[in-house]
Write a protein that binds this ligand. Sequence first.
Ligand SMILES: C[S@@+](CC[C@H](N)C(=O)[O-])C[C@H]1O[C@@H](n2cnc3c(N)ncnc32)[C@H](O)[C@@H]1O
Length: 290
Amino acid sequence: MNLYNIFGNLYNYSIQKYAHNLGANFLYLPADIIIRKNLADKYKDFKKNQSSLSFLKSRPQLQELYRSSNVTNATISDIYNIEYNQNTLNNCNYKFLNALLFENGFNKISGINIENLKGKKILDVGAGSGELEKFLITQGCNPKDITVTDVSEESCKKISTLEISALVGRLENLNFEQNYFDLIFLSYFIDYDIDQVSTFKATSKILKSGGKIIFEGLLPCEPVLKIKQDKNKFITKGKSLLGDIECIVNFFKQNLNNIFLEGIYLGSRFIHNKNGIVKLDSCFLVFVKR
Ligand SMILES: C[S@@+](CC[C@H](N)C(=O)[O-])C[C@H]1O[C@@H](n2cnc3c(N)ncnc32)[C@H](O)[C@@H]1O
């Protein structure tokens, strides 16, 4: 075992201890191994486009954009429209593979047997290229039970071809019925969200009692966006993984006292965009409304 693994395991241990102190589950999901094994064909497809160096080059460019301008939802939407608009849904520039996209991973993380999802009302916020939706449909979910939102018009245009209701905009502006959804995914967009507080508050209102929030994020969430933005709109501080997990859990505890942490799941995911493919960290936090 090398030093990286030793420190990695010690760090995971501190997160495991934190989860256990709150009576929550903890699991380390080495998603790259799981993904290679369970999604061999999709993974091979991803590898064909491998060029992680050029992918990584695109991140400083993004950060530069954040630093130099006042970032709005339109800026984010413009960036993602480019990713989604030149291709069909099956051939988007942006794609991802994560542990949720195969049956065992989904069951483990959500604590829900995927067969029991039929008839449940599902919302995916920041749905992007629609990988999760395609997976849910192949697992027998009715597209009519799924709703997605995204600030990118192109994302919504593509996903609505699956007969799914796809709404452009920020969650708090979309007037969803309160206590309506059984399952809400907040999937890998927190670093682009210019008002995390409003998103999390809106999520908790439209979730049914007994329903779950499945959050996945790249944590610690880089503070680049915060430089010129209102600090009161951010929950994460971007200092450390455990620090940001605590920030999110404490936000729910202090502001929305009926939402409880059920589990923390750490691993990685693959993302493919117009610049290539890269493996990024992935932290799932599962919350239940009581
Ligand atoms: C990195 S992609 C994530 C896509 C997909 N959910 C995934 O897991 O990979 C981020 C997506 O979130 C969208 N987005 C960013 N901020 C958002 C917000 N506040 N509300 C809805 N969508 C948002 C972007 O337009 C983009 O499509």
